[in-house]
Structures are given as C-alpha cells and as structure tokens.
Design a protein around this ligand. Structure first.
Ligand SMILES: [Ca+2]
Ligand SMILES: [Ca+2]
Length: 186
C-alpha cells in the first residue's frame, strides 16, 4: 500500500469515527503514555474509541507524539496517527487483539559526507562527519495485543503492545508499548 493510500485511509477512518462519536454512539477518550523499544522513544498517547463497529469489536483513532534521541537533534519529536480495530471479551479484565495502520512524520539525521553537496551550509562540501536531516513519511501496519480492564463504563485501562511493521523495511520494525486510561463514556 502506498503512503498516499494509507494517508487517505487514515483520514477517511478518522472522519467516520468522529461522525459516529458526534452521532451519539458511545465514544471514549483515552490518554496515556507510549514507549518505542528500538528507537527508545517516549511520549504521549491520545485516542478516541467507539464500541460496536462490529459485534464485540471497537474502532479507534489515536495520535502519538514521541521524542527519541535517534531522531533529529534539534527536532527529536515526531508525531503519528493510527486507526484500527480491537476485540476483547465482554468481561471486566480481558486480553484483546487488534490490527491497525499508522502514519507518521519521521525526521532523522543521516550521514551526508559522500554526496558532493554542502548539506549543512557551512561552506565545506562533504567534510568529515557532515550530516543532513531526512524528513520522510513513515507508515506501518501493526498487530496489537494487550489487556483491557473495564469497570462498567466509567473507567477503562489498557496495556497495549504493537508490533510496527515499518514501510522503511524490517530493520525499522519496532515494538510500541503503551498504557492508556479513560474515564466515563460519551
Ligand atoms: Ca558542509
Ligand atoms: Ca555532503
């Protein structure tokens, strides 16, 4: 799937989710933390989830903002949005499984001392250690597993693990771990 079609899919899915939420279906706002294992990124998680897109299946859209020192030193933060579906058992404490797609903006410093360009504008071409920052759109598909603790409709906690299969290739695949809380419903 191309980055453009993934982008379109994300936009359409987010729009549908918000339409459902505004139409009065139960939608739950979730917030929490996320950690990316391989890039050692830490950041914030916020999502909107609505039950019953299919029997026992909820749909969600969320956003993550991660900071990692493996990214550009001046702008070590990157953001992404995901849409996906999840299915848990109708009991208070249940494991769950899901799938989703992610698209994010990824800025990374890479070596640029062999491209015959003065990438950093200091007047010297290809000096030792010259770097450039690449700004690329990263997309990923992921299976998700985790646990959901739901106490009535007033409190939900999720522990999630997502294996991000990156558009940049297998060396960039990564585990994202998160914990999210939600209070109330609708
Ligand atoms: Ca230079
Ligand atoms: Ca260069």
């Amino acid at each position: 799937m191309s980055a453009l079609s993934i982008r379109l899919l994300v936009i359409v899915s987010v729009s549908m989710l918000f339409t459902r939420a505004w139409a009065g279906d139960a939608a739950q706002f979730q917030f929490g933390m996320m950690y990316a294992e391989h890039i050692r990124g830490v950041g914030l998680y916020a999502g909107l989830e609505t039950e019953g897109v299919m029997p026992n299946v909820s749909g969600y859209a969320d956003a993550t903002l991660l900071a990692s020192n493996s990214y550009d030193q001046e702008e070590p933060v990157f953001g992404g949005v995901s849409v996906g579906v999840r299915s848990a058992l109708p009991v208070p404490l249940s494991p769950y499984v899901g799938v989703g797609v992610y698209v994010g903006e990824n800025k990374k410093l890479t070596r640029a001392d062999h491209d015959q360009l003065d990438n950093d504008g200091n007047g010297v071409v290809d000096e030792y250690g010259e770097m450039k920052s690449d700004n690329t759109l990263m997309s990923a598909v992921y299976p998700e597993v985790g646990w959901r603790l739901a106490l009535g409709s007033s409190f939900t906690m999720r522990m999630m693990g997502r294996y991000m299969v990156s558009s940049f290739g297998r060396p960039h695949d990564d585990w994202f771990y998160g914990i999210s809380l939600a209070f109330g419903n609708e």
